[in-house]
Design a binder for this molecule. Structure first.
Ligand code: PLP
Length: 294
């Protein structure tokens, strides 16, 4: 989707107590060049980002996204983002959206080599239409992620809990899923546990229990999964973190891939084996996810 709007940000110190950041924002032509050729985000994918869903001008779950941006920055030894400044940038971007669904991206790059500051910017674009995935679901294949569940503790330089700009592997996994006739992929650890999808978290239902892989197992902690868990807990369901053996995926009562822009996509088949779809709960989850959430 074409970008509609872009805002360059002159990053303020995290502890700056100024209340107004207007003079740190520069609106740029979203279709024109804006970055230096020396940018490490484009040369090495060296930076972190967030994708925030916007529904009818309301940016969803801004604080959890900003907290994850700060967490990703910490893991990558990038300067801490000023939360108030980024919040104002998101408000500015959301105000420029129309009715319907949009996506705001926050990007914090290491900047130019030996440059003075990181490079930071925000973009806005209309969201793709995900009605089909939300209503008819997605077929997934399982793909080996190539490491054991404990790799995040043993090799923190792999930056596994960070949402880095280096998504070439995630995109390659999606292409492999398409080659195998599926819509999406679910990564498995080498030692046989379920991780996440290339751009979404996985939630399964077993009876009245909901389970998702623990976020310390080398995956991104999804803001949508957290939000869905709040909703499920309010409905009286047990919603827990667990080690989920890959073999359990085909014996679930329902499963979803959840993410900020596509929202809840029910899984209809795993490696060609059909699994039950809970259409009523899927509808309820997407109604909830489309309602204003802070
Ligand atoms: N896991 C990965 C690898 C992702 O890229 C994403 C989102 O892009 C998610 C999980 C879901 O995160 P969120 O719900 O915050 O969008």
């Amino acid at each position: 989707m074409a970008q509609r709007f872009a805002l360059m940000i002159d990053p303020a110190d995290a502890d700056s107590d100024r209340a107004d950041f207007v003079d740190t924002f520069t609106t740029v032509d979203a279709a024109a060049p804006a970055l230096s050729v020396g940018e490490l985000s484009t040369q090495r994918g060296d930076g972190v980002f967030e994708s925030i869903g916007v529904v009818d001008r309301h940016a969803q779950e801004v604080v959890p996204h900003l907290e994850r941006l700060a967490h990703s920055a910490r893991l990558c030894d990038l300067p801490a983002p000023n939360q108030t400044q980024w919040h104002h940038a998101i408000d500015t971007a959301a105000a420029g959206c129309g009715d319907g669904e949009y996506v705001i991206k926050l990007i914090l790059s290491r900047g130019v080599e030996h440059g003075p500051t990181p490079t930071a910017w925000v973009t806005v674009a209309p969201a793709a239409d995900f009605t089909h995935a939300r209503e008819s679901g997605v077929r997934v294949v399982t793909l080996d992620r190539g490491y054991d569940l404990d790799v995040a503790q043993n090799a923190p330089w792999l930056l596994l809990g960070a949402k880095t700009l280096s998504y070439a592997v995630n995109m390659a996994a999606l292409r492999e899923a398409h080659r195998r006739g599926a819509d999406d992929a679910v990564f498995l650890s080498r030692d046989g546990f379920v991780l996440e999808a290339p751009t979404a978290s996985l939630i399964i239902r077993v009876g009245d229990r909901f389970l998702t892989p623990a976020p310390n197992g080398g995956i991104l902690h999804g803001t949508t999964q957290l939000s869905v868990y709040e909703h499920l807990a309010a409905r009286g369901f047990a919603a827990e973190y667990a080690r989920i053996p890959a073999s359990e995926l085909t014996s679930v009562d329902a499963a979803w891939l959840v993410s900020s822009v596509r929202l809840a996509a029910p899984i209809t088949a795993v490696d060609g084996v059909e699994i039950p779809v809970d259409h009523a709960l899927t509808r309820e989850l997407n109604e909830y996810l489309l309602s204003p959430r802070d």
